[in-house]
Design a protein around this ligand. Sequence first.
Ligand code: CDP
Ligand code: MG
Length: 664
Amino acid sequence: MDAKKTRELDAREAMAKVRASLPIFQWKKSILDTVRNSRVVIVVGETGSGKTTQIPQYIFESKMTAPTKRIAVTQPRRVAAITVAQRVAEEMGSVIGTGPVGYCVRFDDTTTPNTKLKFMTDGMLVREALLSPSLDAYSVIVLDEAHERSLQTDILFGVVKRALAVRKDLRVVVMSATLDVGLFESFFKESAPAVLRIPGRMHPVEIFYTAKALPDYLDAVLVTTLQIHLDNPDNNGSVLVFLTGQDDIETMEGLLTDYGTRLPATAAKLLVCPIFSAMPREAQMLAFEPAPRGVRKVILATNIAETSITINGVRFVVDAGLVKQRSFVGHMEHLQVESISQAQAWQRSGRAGREAPGVCYRLFPEEKFEELEPRAVPEIKRVSLEVVVLQLKVMGIDDIIGFDFIERPNTNNLLKALEKLYALGAFNTDGSLTPRGRTMASLPVDPMCAVMLLKALELGCAADALSVVAMLSVESIFYSPREQKEKAASSRAQFVSVDGDQIMLLNVFNAYNQTASKQRGKWCRDHFINHRAMQRVEKVREQLTGYLSKVAETDAVVTASALPDTVPVRKAIVAGFFLNAAMRTKSALMSKASFQTMCNAVKEDVKVHPSSVLFMRNPPPRYVVFNELVFTSKHYIRNLVPIEKDWLVEAAPQFFKKVDQMHQ
Ligand code: CDP
Ligand code: MG
């Protein structure tokens, strides 16, 4: 046997050993027996016990399912879907894209006709259900991370329940990291679900709180992490830090890397591993690699590392107790940093005690912990429901209010979503779906962006609209390092447009796109633009172009070159976002731009966000539409374009005739 073959065999043996050492391994037979005997199985097991990576493999290896059908494993988060698929492919000695394992997340589908084990985001499976409500391609559907209660997983509960009723060959496995599974059990009671509880192995975790609330959470994270590192020279366990999002992760990565070069000569080196969804795949996988000898790994993650993914070797957890999530406040949804629940705090601290006793530093006082909600509010009760209402309609579910939700959303929110979709032209007056509604659902963007893209097709500015939507889909295009704030601002100034923020984003995209591929990295550095973010924009744009070309039935219209005039693109934005129209108030002429929203039942006073190109504009435009409402101490509108009042009337006469008369 040649050396390469021996090495491969050794690696496979080592992998088999690792697999056999997971707590779930001893349960393999009983898991398979249960799945054979029950159409619905609920598996509860501590995070890291091997549910996600092993159970789908066991089912696949057992050959209990029809060879022509697939096994789907859903995840609420794209990073989890990708990294888990890669891990499983590796364990099976196969390669993503050719072998039996593949993943499918929005804007990135690696599955082929050979794929048998398909890891996917819950949202992608819902999209498949639009075309095939009984999910005919699958013999087993694994709904993973059910405890997370993401919006799309919740919808899938209803979808698979309907599919179970029509397909006797379908099996459903629900996997959860928390014990509390009564809701899942009672939802599936007609199928007599079997519940399997896999005991975990947990080591004690010592918890520390701060004496007082801390004003600057990033500073506290930095100090605590360095302290852990210097105080524990004999224990090179990794530190897992929970942060709120990409921005904070990147800031912390910079700070820690910088401090890392100034550590005492005797201290071990630090290896900082960020993990968040917008980063390239290979970089995501790096976080899972063991640290080299004598080096301490610091993993900077969002709450993805709470239960969705497990990185071995963690002995210290730093938890600021915060999470960034979508929430509905007043009339509009927005991203907001909020306190986690007690259950989440326990999950986070548990990550330190998987392999040995660990320590968790909660960067808030103990009294604060006592005040936290015991459990997080499920997403379906927090967010706007247009997307799911449209999806349910496309699946042929007419009575949305009567749909069998695993947990009912607020009826008022459902009605609001129905109204909004009606305003966007998705429904006829009798509530049935219009062809336009169906087309909207086929585009993987929210209904407002979908309408904007469809209007852009009509107006001949689809290429520009695609660039704008792609740019808006990515966080943090710009960055400004502390020491070079002014330089960054003046570099940004060259893209500024009086026609608004989306046009500025368009200018950035066009300038980037016109730069030769090889020069783009440098171009981004020179202009304080995040190259990774731009690469993601390119990818999103490319995929969206594909979807829109299908709708247009030709790519000629979609890829037609950009127009010098910004009016068509702004009109397209109005077509999608007219419900977010705002009008300058009288006081705006004296103070800084203040506006009042035009379409809400309650008119809200809003200010232009300081990051907007229209922030300092004097006088402010009379009418704008905005993409986003941001809540801090005040209500701010962000990403806005100035518009003409006539465009509103043109886009939605039923809404704006009245306004027109009122303000003449
Ligand atoms: O789903 P559950 O939380 O029960 O566990 P899992 O995600 O299947 O993880 C089982 C084991 O696989 C853990 O020890 C992980 O550290 C390991 N794993 C890994 O080493 N690399 C990955 N990309 C994913 C999992
Ligand atoms: Mg898992």
